[in-house]
Write a protein that binds this ligand. Structure first.
Ligand code: FAD
Ligand code: UDP
Length: 399
């Protein structure tokens, strides 16, 4: 087991000490074992610990935060190790909950797509159309009418291709979506559920923000610091760098919350659930700024990566150098994205049915419930899980 602080940034370190698990014969030292210290696991750890439960949370990675983990690179620039994470939500409850553990830096995300030697706003808006076609559409109505002439009638909108073609037609689809999606998912948009490209709807306005949510902000001192604050509780023991399968789970905790891949928990009994993986090439450059916005997308199949992220735009950090990452989608590697398509959903349903039969384990999170969830949705799911758990417990206690 890990002996020393694995995770150290400015301020208070998280200390992971051995021996972690003190057992007295036959007794469970913890009420809950939580597998995965991302949003799902950490929110539940915090809620359960605050309600008096003793929690052991482990993560196979040597740090907390899951995919939202950020850290300083060798140059001292704060980067997101697993790609750009921008917090956005319409839920006041979720924003208020997270605000207990962090102050915020207001930030509205903007993305440009590199197309025909130009950088054009994404999602497609009136400025995009002007930049691409040189047409000046006076207002929203003019843009809507223009797009209507391009849109192709699609009787049933089922796939990620249908969604785009039915709104903006083939040319814009091919220019902005087809190549990017093929790279990102290793599938044609026609093979993916409509919900995937529907995340980036076309606009008739000139609003060039990527998200329109009520709350859009970055944790003022980074995501990892927010997780440190969340998990800083005497009832929580953290085991980073420890895989669930390595733990001696006998008499450890009567209940488990599993936020890793659900198919892995069941030893892939029905076959592996498909996930998409990523690889990042991180670089530091000797100049203050690399690109005009945090993220530039590269929809062309001629470019091997999908996007370049420059982190200082997200964090507001002042530094004479700047760090970026190139993002390459991969078939093999750590699971990052569940792949939304009907056959995968059907396979997941088999695992979900099996999960329902277990009394001592609950599955939560993006990998645990095989859902293409944003951070706020995972927080909402974890809070709802806690509420259900509390209600059941109260009932059992006759309250
Ligand atoms: P994770 O963060 O994946 O945490 C699960 C943890 O479980 C991992 O740390 C893993 O190591 C651990 N684990 C798995 N198996 C085991 C095991 N056997 N033993 C021990 N530990 C295990 N969302 C947004 O809202 N905004 C964004 O801008 C955004 N950008 C994203 C960009 C990228 C590149 C990616 C991949 C995702 C992005 N997301 C974004 C989504 C966001 O990352 C997720 O919603 C969120 O992090 C999911 O939290 P989680 O706890 O469910 O899963
Ligand atoms: N997408 C695209 N071109 C873009 C941006 C997005 O084709 O320039 C498609 C692509 O299939 C992508 C999906 O829309 O996977 C969702 O985009 P989002 O930015 O939400 O992806 P994430 O940040 O989750 O990777």
């Amino acid at each position: 087991l890990v002996e020393e602080a694995l995770h150290r940034r400015a301020g208070k370190p998280i200390s992971i000490q051995a021996p972690v698990i003190k057992r007295s014969a036959g007794a469970n030292p913890y009420d809950f074992l939580i597998v995965g210290a991302g949003f799902a696991g950490s929110v539940l750890a915090e809620r359960l610990a605050s309600s008096g439960k003793r929690v052991l949370i482990c993560d196979r990675r040597p740090h907390i935060g899951g995919n939202a983990y950020d850290c300083q690179d060798a140059a001292g620039v704060l980067v997101h190790k697993y790609g750009p994470h921008i917090f956005h939500t319409n839920s006041e409850e979720i924003f208020a909950y997270l605000s207990r553990f962090t102050a915020w830096r207001p930030y509205e995300h903007r993305v440009l797509a590199s197309v025909a030697d130009k950088l054009l706003p994404m999602p497609i808006n009136r400025t995009t159309l002007k930049g691409l076609y040189g047409i000046d559409l006076a207002d929203e109505q003019a843009a809507a009418e223009y797009l209507k002439t391009k849109a192709e009638p699609t009787p049933e909108i089922r796939t990620s291709r249908d969604v785009v073609i039915s709104q903006v037609g083939s040319h814009l689809y091919r220019t902005f979506f087809e190549g990017y999606t093929r790279k990102q998912w290793g599938l044609d948009p026609s093979e993916l559920d409509k919900s995937v490209t529907a995340r980036v709807p076309t606009r008739t306005s000139t609003d060039d923000r990527y998200f329109l949510d009520t709350y859009q902000a970055m944790p003022a001192d980074g995501f990892t610091r927010m997780f440190e604050n969340m998990l800083d509780h005497p009832n929580i023991q953290i085991e980073a760098g420890v895989d669930y399968n390595e733990l001696d789970r006998k008499n450890l905790a009567p209940r488990t919350i599993f936020t890793g891949p659900i198919d892995a928990y069941f030893d892939h009994r029905f076959g592996p659930l498909p996930y998409r993986s990523l690889e990042f090439k991180h670089e530091t450059h000797d100049r203050e700024q690399f690109q005009p916005v945090a993220v530039v997308n590269y929809p062309s199949l001629d470019v091997p990566y999908t996007r370049i992220t420059e982190y200082k735009h997200l964090t507001g950090q002042q530094h004479r150098q700047t760090s970026i990452s190139y993002e390459f989608a991969r078939a093999e590697g750590d699971p990052y994205y569940p792949i939304p398509r009907p056959e995968n959903q059907a396979l997941y349903k088999q695992y979900e049915a099996l999960a329902r039969e277990q009394n001592d384990v609950i599955f939560v999170g993006r990998l645990g419930t095989y859902k293409y969830y944003n951070m706020d949705q995972v927080v909402g799911q974890a809070l709802a899980t806690f509420r259900r758990f509390s209600a059941t417990e109260q009932k059992l206690n006759g309250a």
